[in-house]
Design a binder for this molecule. Structure first.
Ligand code: ADP
Ligand code: MG
Length: 421
């Protein structure tokens, strides 16, 4: 983190400036729209803000069509623009130009709060001629209006902070994974002379790209990496997030099928990449029926492996468990890394003269389909936090789920921004 803040390219962690220096304080008001372009889903939201609450009045959520992920940027943003236009017209009768938040969950080098160029695609996106371009401008052209361009982690932090001012960081664990936190401007060495009213700025870590020689990498991680468009990038993300976990388990099962007879002669059926999705992996791990009937069904329906003995189904559950647990523990380690950087991991107690009883409360906002939809993942993550921090310090850290955080938060930031102008 220090190296990434010291210079561009100084670390695998990009530590990107967001130009967000003011977070919602809880007194914002009004009706706002936001659009959220994630890794798997596209959402449009209308949110009403006031009296300390943020209410999603209406939301449409559509899977991003496969052909758009590999098409042109015009096609993708036209899809976005048309969906937004229809949504707004259905709501307001005509297109009222309310403040708009645009959440874009890809690494962008921002030059202001409403402009920035795409560094590279992640999460399987492969649209040519966009890398290096100003994505906010491309979108504004498609929408014929301007909005605030925010990263999804930043939106999540904003919504978390609206509800609770002790929120200092946000983490996404969905299709991909990433985190942001509030850094002091004087610690952002690569941008000397950076001045903000608050003395701080939200830094988008792009932690999905984290890597360290201390991280043990298995042959399955290497095979997975080979299957992706962004080889050698996003190593941390590929061990943690929703696009990848099911596939890691499939790779393990495939090798088991090749090297043993646990799957009978069905080895070939396990050879197709990405046939085991992460929600299926979660369903396998969750099956607590005595005969693992759900595991049997998934193996049969999704992987075309009929008639597995109970012993084999138990083995499959075990593999899914291990893949899940590793992911959750790595995410927990990342969170502790942020707490440590903020001096909130309890390690500075002796030097600060503070006693353990006076530890500051810390809230981390979390969003994402994997974290929200998979309770066992959350349990493993919590368990690891306690293990690393110790019970006493872990008690001062709250992980707060902010449903729709990335979208609603962007709308809130649009509110903060439009009232500050
Ligand atoms: P994005 O905003 O990037 O589109 P989301 O936050 O909506 O992503 O998360 C979607 C991802 O979460 C999917 O890729 C899927 O792998 C994972 N996911 C969704 N539901 C579950 C579940 N019940 N159990 C495990 N993983 C899930
Ligand atoms: Mg998202």
């Amino acid at each position: 983190m220090h190296a990434g803040l010291a210079s561009d390219g100084g670390s695998k962690l990009k530590m990107l400036l967001t130009f967000v220096d003011a977070l919602p304080a809880g007194n914002e008001e009004g009706t706002y729209y936001s659009i959220d372009l994630g890794g798997t889903n596209f959402r449009v939201l209308k949110v009403e803000v006031g009296d300390g609450s943020v209410v999603t009045r209406r939301k449409v959520e559509l899977p991003i069509p496969e052909e758009l992920i590999k098409g042109t940027i015009e096609e993708l943003f036209n899809f976005v623009a048309v969906t937004l236009k229809e949504f707004v017209e259905a709501e307001d009768g005509k297109d009222e130009q309310r403040a708009l938040g645009f959440t874009f969950s890809f690494p962008v080098r921002q030059t202001s709060v409403s402009s920035g160029s795409l560094i590279r695609w992640t999460k399987g996106f492969l649209i040519e001629d966009v890398v290096g371009k100003d994505v906010a401008q491309c979108l504004n052209e498609a929408l014929a209006r301007s909005g605030l361009n925010v990263n999804d982690t930043v939106g999540t932090l904003a919504l978390g902070h609206y509800h609770d001012e002790d929120t200092v960081a946000a983490v996404i664990i969905g299709a991909g994974t990433n985190a942001c936190y509030i850094e002091r401007t004087d610690a952002i060495i690569k941008c000397q002379g950076l001045l903000t009213n608050s003395g701080g700025m939200v830094v988008n870590m792009e932690w999905g790209n984290f890597w360290s020689s201390h991280l043990p990498r298995t042959p399955y991680d290497i095979s997975l990496d080979d299957e992706t468009q962004n080889r050698n990038d996003q190593g941390f993300e590929k061990m943690i997030s929703g696009i990848y976990l099911g596939e890691i388990a499939r790779l393990v099962l495939h090798r088991m099928a090749l090297e043993s007879d646990v799957f009978g002669d069905a080895a070939d059926n396990l050879s197709t990449p990405f046939t085991l999705s992460t929600p299926l992996l979660a369903a396998i791990r969750k099956d607590d029926s005595p005969d693992l009937s759900e595991v049997r069904r998934i193996l049969q329906d999704h992987l075309k492996i009929p008639d597995t003995p109970l012993k084999t189904r138990r083995l499959v559950v075990k593999v899914c468990d291990i893949v899940t647990r590793r992911a959750a523990r790595l995410a927990a380690a990342g969170i502790v890394g942020i707490l440590k950087k903020l001096g909130r991991d309890g390690s500075g107690i002796a030097s600060s003269g503070r006693t353990r009883g006076q530890l500051r409360r810390t809230v981390v906002a979390i969003e994402g389909g994997l974290y929200e939809g998979y309770p066992e993942f959350r349990e493993y993550l919590d368990e690891a936090l306690v293990e690393i921090l110790g019970e006493e310090v872990a008690r001062t850290v709250t992980l707060e789920v902010t449903v729709d955080g990335s979208g609603a938060g962007a709308a809130l930031l649009a509110a903060v921004h439009s009232s500050n102008r």
